[in-house]
Design a protein around this ligand. Structure first.
Ligand code: ADP
Length: 628
């Protein structure tokens, strides 16, 4: 294009020169050189303008000298001078224009470098400039966009009345806001828009430059975030599970400062500094609690939770789970589950199940979420279940003793008979002409000791039949076995069953309910005696107790009876399973429940030599715990 202009300029200059020198117009044509300069100016190159104007001036002078020489000054001289000044003036204006155009082009190039979509529109809204980003993002080329009304082209939707935006723009000279626009392809864009007014020298607005940043992705991500936040808020507010949002960042900072952000280190530290748990509780900051939790605490769910200043307002003083939670946090666990008691506004306590979820290390705000479920109803159901189990166990104890009535009667009768015999002997010694008081004293002594024996038997039976809430005592396993044997030994001897005892010395203590565990052993032994009743083969009942592992011991009750039929093995512990005519079938079912309630198990194996062998496994206390 540039070459075409240059060529045209040269040709035009040549034509003018010919006309100027050959025609009779004489110098008047020279003014047409202005057109040559203007043509050269279309190349927008300073050097072209300068050379064109020098060339035209030279040609004007050449034509003048050629036709008039140097001596003649007249009207032609004036015409030549006018032509020269027209050429010079035009050249100057062209240079000025070229400078301004270059400057503008440089500015436009800068605007094209921007990632933002920039366009300029005049007062009527017609687009006069459209940068490269606008072309790329909106899809219209500069040629398509320039001359169109911006709002129509982009289908712009404003957050408020267009007229009030325009008013604000005119009063302050600028405006900022979020707009919705449409691309050529029909996609919707969300843009952050900044407008600036450009005024002329009389301060009248002439143009508005609009700069737009595409924030569609950001807006969509933000909208998703808001939706997600709203969803979680709804879960938080509407959940029937109590939720406490806490910040543990201060606590974490303290642990870091004390070099205790390590499970083992913190455990050791807490052993020597138990008071730290109290301090740690004060470092936990309650951020939010949901209405379900406030309802659990008997606080008004419509009143802000600010009354809850620290976890001390919710957790009882004797709570032990907080120290476990601390250790778990220091160890870097992701969550902790457990049971504890919480305190209501009126100071009453209630049992809860909780789950604590800890923040990950990169979670700077240290948010800990605690989920709480009121466990009162479950606990009540559990204690009702325990109570009915205890009732049932009691009923079976009564039934078991019912089966032992003959033995018991016999056992009690024996000392009573001895009392009567000794009483009669004493009487006889008294009735002698010379009473032998020494013999009387001996007889009285026997009466007392036999009476005591009878009383002991009755006491033992009464204790066995006692209805008492479940106890958790530290028990010596050897003593437990001994007491159970005493209740059945008479039955054994009556049934001619030989008792064999093999108790490993120094067995560790166990924790549990003495009567319930006695009942298990008595039941197993009575069943064994009954299984062997009437058989001609040797009747041997072996009780063996030994340590099974660091944490458990096994008491086995083995007989030499017929054993358990293979088809009955699976349902032996089912309630109401019995093979006896008068049997209730609850004995073994209760024995297993009792064993499990004590953290143990009851199982059966048929002994290789015949007979049944029941294994009662029980958890033991760590060595060194006092068994008294
Ligand atoms: P019950 O004694 O009222 O039948 P249990 O639950 O104590 O109820 O026992 C269930 C059944 O298990 C008994 O009826 C019996 O068939 C079987 N059983 C229990 N102990 C033995 C044993 N030592 N030898 C053989 N069978 C046994």
């Amino acid at each position: 294009m540039r070459i075409a202009f240059r060529l045209a300029a040269v040709v035009l200059a040549f034509v003018i020169l010919l006309i100027d020198t050959l025609s009779t117009v004489e110098g008047a044509v020279a003014v047409l050189y202005v057109m040559v300069v203007l043509l050269a100016a279309r190349t927008y190159r300073r050097v072209d303008i300068v050379w064109a104007s020098i060339g035209c001036a030279a040609l004007t002078l050449l034509a003048y000298v050629d036709s008039h020489g140097f001596n003649h000054v007249g009207a032609q001289t004036i015409r030549a001078a006018v032509s020269l000044s027209a050429i010079g003036g035009t050249a100057l204006l062209a240079l000025q224009h070229q400078y301004a155009t270059n400057k503008l082009a440089a500015q436009a190039r800068l605007l094209n470098l921007s990632h933002d979509m920039i366009f300029v529109r005049d007062n009527a809204g017609f687009i006069t400039f459209w940068n490269r980003s606008a072309e790329e993002v909106y899809g219209w080329s500069s040629r398509e966009a320039v001359g169109r009304v911006a709002d129509d082209l982009l289908g712009t939707r404003y957050p408020e009345q267009r007229s009030s935006i325009e008013a604000a723009l005119l009063s302050t000279g600028r405006w900022e806001g979020m707009l919705e626009q449409r691309t050529k392809a029909g996609a919707t864009l969300f843009v952050e828009s900044r407008w600036v007014v450009q005024c002329d020298h009389l301060k009248r607005p002439v143009e508005v430059m609009e700069t737009h940043t595409d924030v569609t992705d950001r807006k969509v991500a933000y909208a998703a975030l808001v939706a997600s936040e709203r969803r979680f808020r709804r879960m938080f507010d509407a959940s029937r599970i109590g939720v406490v949002q806490e910040s543990w960042s201060a606590l974490r900072a303290e642990l870091v400062a004390l070099n205790l952000l390590d499970g083992d280190a913190l455990r050791t530290y807490l052993a020597s500094h138990p008071e730290f748990v109290g301090r740690a509780r004060t470092l936990v900051n309650i951020v939010d609690v949901n209405p379900a939790l406030l309802t659990m605490l008997h606080r008004d769910p419509t009143v802000p939770f600010d009354a809850l200043e620290s976890v001390d307002d919710m957790l009882s003083e004797g709570d032990r789970t907080f120290s476990s939670a601390l250790i778990s946090f220091a160890r870097g666990d992701t969550f902790l589950e457990g049971e504890t008691e919480m305190v209501r506004a009126d100071g009453s306590r209630f049992p809860v199940l909780f789950t604590i979820t800890y923040p990950t290390v990169d979670d700077a705000d240290g948010t800990v979420l605690v989920f709480v479920v009121d466990n009162t109803e479950r606990k009540q159901a559990q204690s009702a279940l325990l109570a009915s189990q205890a009732e049932l166990a009691h009923a079976t104890r009564v039934a078991t003793l019912g089966e032992l009535t003959a033995s018991i009667a016999h056992e009690v009768n024996q000392p009573l008979m001895a009392v009567v015999t000794s009483g009669e002997a004493g009487m006889r010694w008294l009735k002698r002409p010379v009473p032998d008081l020494h013999e009387v004293e001996t007889a009285m002594g026997r009466i007392i000791s036999e009476g005591r024996r009878a009383s002991e038997i009755v006491k033992r039976i009464r204790a066995f039949l006692m209805k008492a809430p479940t106890q958790r005592d530290v028990l010596s396993s050897a003593a437990l076995i001994d007491e159970a044997i005493r209740l059945v030994e008479y039955e054994c001897s009556r049934e001619q069953v030989m008792l064999r005892l093999d108790i490993e010395p120094g067995l560790p203590a166990i924790v549990g309910d003495r009567i319930q565990l006695q009942q298990v052993l008595v039941n197993l032994m009575v069943n064994a005696c009954q299984a062997m009743a009437g058989q001609t083969a040797a009747r041997v009942l072996s009780i063996q107790a030994r340590r099974a592992s660091v944490s458990s011991l096994v008491i086995s009750v083995r007989d030499t009876g017929p054993g358990i039929a293979a088809e009955n093995l699976d349902r032996l512990f089912d309630p109401f399973f019995t093979t006896k005519q008068q049997g209730m079938g609850m004995g073994l079912a209760i024995c297993r429940t009792t064993a499990q309630a004590h953290g143990g198990e009851l199982s059966i194996v048929n002994s290789p030599g015949g007979g049944a062998s029941f294994q009662l496994t029980l958890a033991v206390l760590p060595d060194g715990v006092d068994q008294s």
